[in-house]
Design a protein around this ligand. Structure first.
Ligand code: SF4
Length: 448
């Protein structure tokens, strides 16, 4: 049973030194009990207390990592039911399904799509993470050959799917160093697949036919010493699978029910034959509460919206996406090129820089730190006003890079032009367009 906040408090040093980021040990204890703090944030807890607190301080949903290095995917670790309560921590990983009974051209085409379908958006690379390799042939050699092929063609994370422990063991021989997810432990194979997971230090998925059985199996796995577990409730009907996701999340967070305190895996690929319907089902699990989402195939028109949905839901609602303050060179500008300034809200930056690129007029773009606020909001908040802009223009030394000393400010900040001319007496302030779409025409007509 998890400890209460008061029980945890009794084990803390009670010095209220604030080094853990909260004002008192009691507040820290309450956060620990609620799964909103990590034990190692307090440097003064004794080893004895640490041992006692480890259960209470474990996140209510254990984070599980699949894969290694830059392509490792961490799922789970969530602490809230709803994004607005704090934030969602680890986005669900998308997996493409490849079966060892597929023909070579089909396998190659899927692997090609897996590698190629990635997108740049607001400074991030959006792409799928995992390849789920399924044993349909029942032949260990065929399965192993496919695993080796996937491993050779991509540094992605891997899911090994078979109900046969011997075939899983063969697949593992080919890719254990990638720390694949082993799918799946069932009532029939629990001991042998649990041993495979322990021997190879790999995460393992457990599959049941209902939540009660799922909790029993995950408890047996935990007792067998397996810590990294992913849950499959077994349902392949949207309504039931959705309900299972909500119950699992709620049981782990609200009831602190450890047997269901793990990330989940869902299979939209087994819920419909219609690719568009499959994408819609997947989008449901992006929002609530899939940990790994396995799709039958990837198409740009369905994968891209899913990746964008995931990005939007898994951004921190308390911190707007922001670009680093500085001077950005677009199109190879020189000393005669225009100088524009904007805020560091990522979407603003990417719209403005995109329109400058479209204009084909090489330009300098100054990005002022406005704590991720857009131009109008930052202006209203006093973060994109003459007093704040002028010191940045001086400090960034853009004046040394151009001969003309003309600064184009966004149309929405036109009210600052007078103040800026006072603050920057050797600069001419020009008011640019309000709308990013008008930047190309403005720059084409701009004269030094
Ligand atoms: Fe208490 Fe430890 Fe936090 Fe200091 S760092 S206030 S001792 S819990």
């Amino acid at each position: 049973m998890p400890l209460t906040g008061i029980e945890i408090f009794k084990l803390l040093p009670k010095t209220n030194c604030k080094e853990c980021g909260v004002p008192t040990c009691l507040a820290f204890a309450m956060n620990l009990a609620a799964g909103k703090a990590e034990l190692n944030a307090c440097p003064y807890i004794s080893e004895e207390a640490k041992a006692k607190l480890s259960e209470a301080s474990a996140p209510p949903i254990i984070p599980v990592t699949i894969g290694v290095g830059d392509r490792a995917s961490k799922v789970g670790g969530e602490t809230v039911m709803f994004r607005h309560e704090k934030r969602f921590e680890n986005p669900p990983a998308f997996a493409i399904l490849i079966s060892d009974s597929m023909k070579e051209p089909e396998i190659d085409a899927r692997l090609k799509k897996f590698g190629e379908l990635q997108y740049e958006r607001v400074g991030l690379t959006l792409r799928p993470e995992l390849v789920a390799i399924k044993d349909d042939s029942g032949e260990a050699a065929k399965f192993e050959a496919l695993v080796s092929k996937v491993k050779q063609k991509s540094d992605c994370g891997i899911i090994l799917m078979s109900s046969n422990p011997d075939i899983l063991a063969t697949g593992l021989k080919a890719c254990a160093d990638r720390k694949p997810l082993i799918y799946a432990v069932t009532e029939d194979n629990l001991d042998s697949v649990a041993n495979l997971a322990k021997e190879n230090s790999c995460p393992v998925a457990v599959k049941a036919s209902n939540l009660e059985e799922l909790a029993q199996l995950s408890t047996k796995l935990t007792e067998a010493g397996v810590k990294d577990i992913v849950l499959d409730s077994g349902s392949r009907v949207l309504r039931q699978a959705f309900e299972d996701q909500v119950i699992i999340r709620s049981a782990a967070l609200n009831k602190k029910f450890r047997p269901l305190g793990f990330p989940t895996i869902v299979f939209p690929c087994e819920m419909t034959d219609d690719p568009m319907k499959e994408a819609v089902i997947a989008s449901t699990f992006v929002a609530k509460y899939g940990g790994i989402i396995v799709l039958s195939d990837f198409q740009g028109e369905s994968l891209f919206p899913l990746l964008v949905e995931r990005m939007n839901i898994y951004t921190d609602p308390q911190r707007p996406l922001a670009t680093t303050e500085g001077i950005y060179e677009i199109g190879g500008p020189d000393e005669n090129s225009p100088v524009l300034i904007t805020s560091n809200f990522s979407l603003t930056y990417f719209i403005v820089s995109g329109e400058i690129e479209n204009s084909k007029v090489p330009s300098w773009l100054l990005v002022k730190d406005t704590e991720g606020l857009s131009v109008m909001t930052a202006w209203a908040a006093g973060k994109f006003v003459a007093d704040a802009i002028a010191p940045f223009v001086k400090k960034c030394s853009i004046g040394d890079k151009v001969k003309h000393h003309k600064l184009v400010i966004p149309g929405y900040a036109a009210a600052e032009s007078g103040g800026l001319e006072e603050e920057l007496p050797d600069w001419e302030i020009q008011v640019g367009p309000r709308d990013g779409a008008h930047i190309p025409a403005y720059l084409k007509a701009w004269k030094r």
